[in-house]
Design a protein around this ligand. Structure first.
Ligand SMILES: Cc1cc2nc3c(=O)[nH]c(=O)nc-3n(C[C@H](O)[C@H](O)[C@H](O)COP(=O)(O)OP(=O)(O)OC[C@H]3O[C@@H](n4cnc5c(N)ncnc54)[C@H](O)[C@@H]3O)c2cc1C
Length: 484
């Protein structure tokens, strides 16, 4: 009698419903548990930065299992084939996993569950990585929400309080030694060219790293509402990659908040932080109920939008060479660390989709490849919101002015100086808009535009007008309608 626990986006041992259910089986019937991760090289592949994270997170999970007498089995290939092979090799009778909500994952899970059940296997899935599953938070007509505020109210009504979480045993049943596992290094998750050199300075993947990250953030949480927009990132938690890989759950985070504050929703910074976790839930709900939104604009008017085909501009944006300092600093930070601050994400997304008039899907794809927290649901929601193509989106005509954004959210210019050392000696006015600076100011700062730092690739005012003209072309089109 053996249970396979299939780990996917839940690389932790605590608050893991599928693992807990397997532990219950093991205790009751003296069963074995086989923890498995299968690297699926199918259509929904992970981006390069997320693969780096996955490598290290798997390494921590394997170690945590090994110290408890278990063993993480690693495989690469089609999950269905691998699971069937493991069932045959071990005689396991149960396969458990926590649910995921991206369209490809849902489809794969449905196929596998049906096949396993048809073969007499006890195949069960559990809720795991969200406060509520997407079909639980609905409006009075039992429809999904398209607007965040009522969604958030309904989520609060459904409850964010959490029951006490079961403790994890120190000893786990052993895995049959004959069961083969691929070596972690053989999964090929790490890059061949070492562009990830700086990542370890910024991150500690794995369940322990996630807990440390939360513990470091909690003392600052009461000033989250004011501090969260500062581009230096000091006011935010940086929990996103840990949440993405399920090294910590929103339930565990909520439990920590409820333990610290009897009424967290009445403490402004804490309430605001919980609301941001609500955006994560909302993104998952949008993608679940509109699975095509990962690739299609939620607002169908935008199907006819005259996006520009401008590969050179796209490349300049990706490389942080647009000549607009706050955009370039954010894009270079992304490349170096695999992460970008939320406000910076909005600034660079607005610049790409509006000033450069490049389709949001190009930006979303670059983010999916370069973010350690790359998550289809949150990324799609973030891009569609900023591009104005979503259901509950910033209107298209709201175009961020990158100079004003920098003045407001990086007032001393520290963030820009950190990532653009070639501008570090400039005074703040020059730093935010070097093309507007006098020759004298540029000389003093050692900046030669077009040589040490690029001239802007677009004129901000003219490109803003161009975006508004493009929007006027589709304004009369069909408005958003609920897909059938
Ligand atoms: C264009 C764009 C693309 C994005 N792509 C992703 C992505 O691929 N993966 C991802 O996790 N987030 C994405 N976000 C959302 C947000 O930027 C990040 O979650 C946040 O910056 C992560 O930093 P943090 O953990 O310090 O957040 P905090 O401010 O500390 O927030 C705590 C947690 O709440 C959640 N959260 C916060 N803000 C948002 C938000 N706007 N939408 C959804 N969840 C949120 C995250 O899980 C985050 O870890 C995107 C936003 C935009 C505008």
């Amino acid at each position: 009698m053996t249970t396979i626990v299939w780990f996917r986006q839940d690389l932790r041992l605590s608050d893991h419903p599928a693992f807990s259910a397997a532990l219950d089986n093991a205790a009751e019937h003296d069963q074995c548990i086989i923890p498995v991760y299968i690297l699926d090289e199918g259509p929904a592949q992970l981006g390069e930065a997320a693969r780096w994270w996955l490598h290290h997170s798997l390494s921590v999970l394997a170690e945590d299992l090994a110290t408890r007498g278990s063993r993480l089995i690693l495989r690469r290939g089609n999950p269905e084939t691998e699971i069937v092979a493991m069932l045959q090799a071990t005689g396991a009778t149960s396969v458990y996993w926590n649910r995921r909500f991206d369209p490809t994952g849902i489809h794969q899970d449905q196929v596998i569950k049906t096949q396993l059940k048809a073969g007499g296997i006890d195949a069960q899935s559990f809720p795991g990585n969200y406060l509520h599953e997407p079909w639980r938070v609905l409006n009075r007509k039992a429809e999904s929400f398209r607007v965040f505020t009522p969604y958030w109210k309904a989520l609060i009504t459904a409850g964010i309080d959490v029951p006490p979480l079961p403790p994890l045993p120190n000893a786990l049943p052993p895995v049959p030694p004959s069961l083969a596992s691929t070596r972690l290094e053989a999964l090929g998750l790490l890059p061949e060219i070492p562009w990830d050199r700086a990542f370890p300075e910024h991150w500690k993947p794995g369940e322990h790293g996630a807990r440390e990250c939360l513990a470091a953030f909690l003392p600052k949480i009461e000033s989250y509402a004011e501090g969260r927009n500062a581009l230096d990132g000091q006011g935010v938690s940086r929990l996103s990659p840990h949440l993405r890989f399920g090294e910590i759950t929103p339930r565990q985070i909520s439990a920590a908040l409820f333990a610290r504050y009897p009424h967290p929703l009445e403490v402004p910074g804490v309430e605001h932080f919980l609301r941001e976790l609500g955006w994560r839930e909302f993104g998952a709900s949008l993608l679940y109920h509109d699975p095509q939104s990962g690739t299609e604009p939620l607002n169908p008017r935008f199907a006819a939008f005259p996006w520009r085909d401008a590969p050179n501009d796209l490349r300049a944006w990706q490389r942080g060479e647009t000549g607009i300092p706050v955009v370039d600093a954010a894009m270079r930070a992304l490349w170096a660390t695999g992460w970008m601050h939320n406000r910076a994400r909005m600034i660079v997304a607005s610049f790409l989709t509006k000033n450069l008039l490049i389709d949001w899907r190009h930006g979303a794809a670059w983010f999916m490849d370069t973010l350690v927290d790359a998550d289809l649901a949150s990324n799609t929601a973030g891009w569609q919101w900023t591009a104005g193509t979503g259901a509950d989106a910033a209107p298209f005509f709201r175009i961020f002015n990158p100079i004003l954004q920098a003045e407001k959210f990086d007032p001393q210019g520290d963030f820009i100086r950190q990532w653009l050392p070639e501008l570090a000696r400039a005074d703040t006015k020059t730093l935010f808009a070097p093309w507007q600076a006098s020759d004298d100011a540029l000389n003093k700062a050692g900046i030669r535009l077009g040589d040490t730092y690029p001239e802007p690739i677009v004129d901000l005012a003219a490109s803003r007008r161009r975006a508004l003209d493009a929007f006027a072309q589709i304004k009369g089109g069909a408005a958003y309608e609920r897909p059938q």
